[in-house]
Design a binder for this molecule. Sequence first.
Ligand SMILES: C[S@@+](CC[C@H](N)C(=O)[O-])C[C@H]1O[C@@H](n2cnc3c(N)ncnc32)[C@H](O)[C@@H]1O
Length: 255
Amino acid sequence: MLKSGSTSVTQSSESQLDAREHLWEEFQNAPLDDAEKERNLGLFIRSPLLARLLAISDVYREIVQIPGSVLDFGTWRGQNAVLCENLRAIFEPFNKQRRIAAFDTFQGYKSHSVDAQVDNENFRDGCYSTGEGYADYLTRLLGLHESINALPHVSSGHKVVAGDIKETLPQFIEDNRNLLVALAFFDMNLEGPTRFALDQILGRCVPGSVLVFFQLQRDFLPGEGYAYVADVLGKVRHELRRSVTYPSLCIVKIL
Ligand SMILES: C[S@@+](CC[C@H](N)C(=O)[O-])C[C@H]1O[C@@H](n2cnc3c(N)ncnc32)[C@H](O)[C@@H]1O
């Protein structure tokens, strides 16, 4: 059975969730062999997921003409990071200086780390925990995708960084003293870590850098909005838009 609500914030009705279960059953019992299934994932991908992929693609296209890395804060399973390696391969196949770094504790939330103002079932202890060894798995996946894409013999140096960003990000910046940030995804849902990451990387952004917030205006997950108001609004010259295909995704472009 599909654990549709285990880690997702959904606005779907019961009947939509039922249809989602049926689609999942059709996926599992599809009359396609594994290779055909892999080549026909569009049969099963739901419109909200497709909207999200399209939104990330739109955002990626905005950074093609600027240098700098892609940082994914709160990568969880790493889908944004893997997508960005493949978008890099599509939109700028010869740019092997586009490094991607995916940050997460990989242990999910711990109650002591959760902002006091958050009251949501997605912040239970261990929620979003990936299990042991996931950082290594994601590192292998990123490497595999890179080895399928153009110039496989030139490594971009993508990194999966495991641990609380309050500990890992300063060291990452120290290890990459020429770091510029072209694109950063913020999806930790909490004010504290989001403000910390913003504080660390704003000085590494250039005109045209893009900061993407997944929950900027969600009332029940206000942390990113608080961080934006405190650290970006009124302090950094920027434009703010929402994604055309995925309205909750908010895009800050540094001017
Ligand atoms: C909503 S999930 C991210 C979902 C993911 N971005 C996606 O696209 O599917 C939030 C993630 O932020 C991570 N996180 C929260 N606080 C963190 C911190 N201080 N340092 C690193 N990761 C953190 C959690 O472990 C969790 O995996």
